[in-house]
Write a protein that binds this ligand. Structure first.
Ligand code: MG
Length: 356
């Protein structure tokens, strides 16, 4: 009764109409990282309608990050009320900080609104966001393809399935013997460059250093988040000795975190679901560059909606890890594609997606 009343209020308003519904992403393979394995990812799809145009957004919420379809629904109800009062949807710099201020946390739910608003504006203007930002789509980078933690046999099989990709990302962060067996299994199947993500899994900095020294002789490009996210002093110690660049992921969520990791990491991994969306992601890229940090653009398991949004920024970054949509079996959208391992931006307005 109350929900119906709220919907009517939004409909009769001259402002923007936000709809949202839960959606469960089905993973093609069980996805193992240090600390957990799962076969689905809860998500929320957002649709932002105004003046006959609909923009799409998405929140993808791996459970260990603390958001859920229930928390997103609570947040998006508040966002819907705010958006119903918006008179000028082009005022991103007014609207998105107001959305952020509705409640602390909720970065993925905020990203759903940010992506939908960007999509709506781009569609209304008839331009893709990479063009509005003045970027060259031909500079979109190759993307890595993630091989989750598994048995050596399955890791070899997954490596062969990933033939089209030019860089593989390997999830490590278990004990040294398991980690070495994983790399050995992949190296039996390919000599492609590998990036390693320890997902905070290594406990001891000396042991982490020995592992990184071992990895440096095996075609590894960089190591993501070797130690727990709050252990910045130990990570700086490790970086001073590491033969490979260290990239911060869990240690770097939002814009202000970029300042904290100067001298700790060589680069940062930006994800829309951590940083509340495209507006702040672009600010983080600018700040990271000013601080001399490398930039990587990553993702959760996501549909082509959130992946295509991130892909619009990809010509600005050093490395992309935007394989989230190819890891799921029930994508709701067509959008950015991966051609010969490279991110390929569609010639469509907004974030470049079409609902299937
Ligand atoms: Mg990571």
């Amino acid at each position: 009764m109350l929900a119906g009343l709220a919907a009517n209020v939004h409909q009769s308003s001259p402002g923007m109409k936000l709809r949202f519904f839960p959606y469960t992403l089905q993973l093609r393979h069980a996805f193992g990282i240090a600390g957990s394995t799962r076969t689905t990812t809860p998500a929320m799809i957002a649709e932002l309608e105004h003046e006959g145009v609909t923009g799409y957004g998405e929140a993808a919420m791996p459970p260990y990050l603390g958001e859920s379809q229930a928390t997103a629904a609570v947040f998006l109800e508040k966002a819907a009320a705010l958006l119903a009062g918006v008179r000028d949807p082009y005022q991103r710099e007014e609207i998105l900080p107001a959305i952020d201020a509705l409640a602390p946390g909720n970065p993925a739910a905020k990203a759903a609104v940010d992506i939908a608003l960007h999509d709506w504006i781009g569609r209304k203007l008839g331009a893709a966001w990479h063009r509005l930002w003045g970027l060259d789509a031909r500079k979109a980078p190759v993307t890595s393809f993630t091989i989750g933690i598994d048995t050596p046999d399955l890791m070899r099989a997954k490596t062969r399935e990933a033939a089209v990709y030019r860089i593989l990302k390997v999830k490590l962060g278990r004990d040294a013997a398991t980690d070495r067996a994983s790399i050995d299994a992949i190296r039996e199947a390919t000599d492609k460059p590998i990036t390693v993500d320890a997902n905070q899994g290594w406990r001891d900095r000396e042991e982490a250093l020995r592992m990184i020294e071992w990895l440096a002789g095996r075609g590894v490009v960089f190591v993501e988040q070797p130690l727990a996210k709050e252990r910045l002093d130990d990570t700086a110690w490790l970086r001073a000795r590491s033969p490979l660049p260290l990239i911060g992921d869990e240690s770097v969520q939002r814009l202000a975190d970029v300042l904290k990791v100067r001298g700790v990491f060589d680069g940062i991994n930006i994800k829309l679901m951590k940083c509340t969306g495209l507006r702040e992601a672009r600010q983080m890229i600018v700040l990271a560059r000013a601080l001399g940090l490398k930039v990587m653009l990553g993702c959760m398991t996501e549909t082509s909606c959130a992946i295509s949004a991130a892909a619009q920024l990809s010509p600005l970054v050093d490395w992309a890890d935007l394989d989230g949509a190819v890891l799921i079996a029930n994508d709701l959208f067509d959008g950015a594609t991966i051609v010969d391992g490279r991110i390929t931006l569609p010639d469509r307005p907004g974030i470049g997606v079409v609902k299937r």
